[in-house]
Design a protein around this ligand. Structure first.
Ligand code: LHQ
Length: 256
């Protein structure tokens, strides 16, 4: 259900249930968590999907009410599977790039939005499908959407469940870029490769500082920047970055 390919310092993880548009069942959740655990030392991670879709969210074939006993407790699915996954992606110390190769629906859309840099094929669309089946956006969607595109667009996307084309998603700031379909993977891989050669410690600190921002005042964030910059300044990557700049040469980060 998950394919992992190592490319030197970075790892490409592919959701692989193409006949079900890579929708999540328990096996795929467990395999994805294991793949992310296994990539703990990676200097960048690229997440994408096999076939024509990125991910259609929860596998609803597993959720047919006619075949389930009693009242389903969906909070179990979130606390056991989606919430740990979103927390794991956000807490990873390296950049996580998502290459949305096709439709991203329900929790599939919001897993993509939890990644650090989202690229999408022009033919891809983002759908907050939850509203159609009586659920609320999960996998962080009720947080990510208003933070990324503002409350007016967040509400309309969630309430209407209308598909949002990749180019509009990029115009709105929901994602970083929409690319011609045949350029998506080459560009995503080049970006992963470039970031993996970067100052990994500092990139991780950038990610953490930006994550802290929505919960902080400007004053608190200034203090956080000062504390974080102290850590970064004491890291060998900073010395290498400055030395390389002054010597007019390319930096080599992450020397062991
Ligand atoms: C699928 C699915 C799918 C199974 C396509 N499951 N088979 C959290 C907590 C607990 C429970 C509930 O959920 C959640 C979080 C969520 O993610 S809720 C939202 C769940 N996802 C959806 O509601 C999206 C359902 N899918 C769709 O609306 C469409 O498939 C989209 C718009 C994604 C794609 O449409 P098309 O391009 O027209 O493809 P298709 O509908 O023909 O799908 C292709 C195949 O994939 C098809 O199977 P088949 O055997 O007929 O070829 C679909 O049944 C299957 N598939 N999504 N989520």
């Amino acid at each position: 259900t998950i394919q992992v390919a190592r490319h030197g310092d970075w790892v490409e993880i592919t959701l692989h249930r193409p006949e079900k548009l890579n929708s999540f069942n328990e096996d795929m959740h467990l395999a994805l968590r294991a793949a992310l655990d296994g990539a703990a030392q990676a200097r960048a991670i690229l997440l994408t999907g096999a076939g024509r879709g990125f991910c259609a969210g929860q596998d609803l074939g597993d959720r047919d009410p006619a075949r389930m006993k009693g009242t389903p407790d969906l909070s179990q699915t979130l606390t056991r599977f989606y919430n740990p996954l979103i927390r794991q992606i956000r807490a990873l110390p390296c950049p996580v790039i998502c290459a949305v190769n096709g439709v991203a629906a329900g929790a599939g859309a919001n897993v993509a939005l939890a990644c650090d840099i989202v690229l999408a094929a022009q033919s891809a669309r983002f759908i907050q499908s939850f509203g159609k089946i009586g659920l609320v956006p999960d996998a962080g969607g009720t947080w990510s959407l208003p933070h990324l595109v503002g409350m007016a667009r967040a509400k309309a996307l969630a309430l209407t469940a209308e598909p949002l084309p990749a180019e509009t998603a990029a115009d709105w700031g929901l994602i970083w870029k929409a690319l011609p379909d045949d350029q998506l993977m080459p560009e995503a891989r080049a970006l992963a490769d470039r970031l993996a050669k970067g100052p990994t410690h500092g990139l991780g600190q950038i990610k953490a500082a930006l994550h802290a921002a929505p919960g902080n005042t400007m004053d608190e964030q200034l203090d956080l920047e000062a504390a974080t910059q102290k850590l970064c300044g004491a890291h060998p990557d900073y010395a290498e970055g400055v030395a390389a700049f002054l010597a007019k040469r390319a930096p080599v980060f992450g020397a062991k």
